[in-house]
Write a protein of this length. Sequence first.
Length: 126
Amino acid sequence: MSHSLFPKKHDDVIALTEKMIGDFKKYPEIFPSPPITPEELEKVVDQAKEKMEKIADLRAAMTTEVKEQDKIFSNMEDGMRSDLRFAENVTSDASNADAAKALKAENKAFEALMDAYENRNELCRA
């Protein structure tokens, strides 16, 4: 088989390996002693399938964890926004002008932090 025609996808590699195993077993007179026996290939196929299943399970678990994390952060952000609005209202009168300036600076820092958080989440989902 030409290298350029060799399968690239894992499922296709496994399918080809399983076909080779079947042919080696079916025609031992043609393939009397392959470098890797059909039994050894079967073990490797089983290992590959187990690893693929484990990776699929890990991906599913990671997706669930990321969704749960997003929910927690969303709840936290909602609470923070409520508290920030409350603080802005309390400090909005002229007698608390310095406190209002400080709060607005913190709001800008909070927005920058949230932008960084969103960028991180997009990288995790990619």
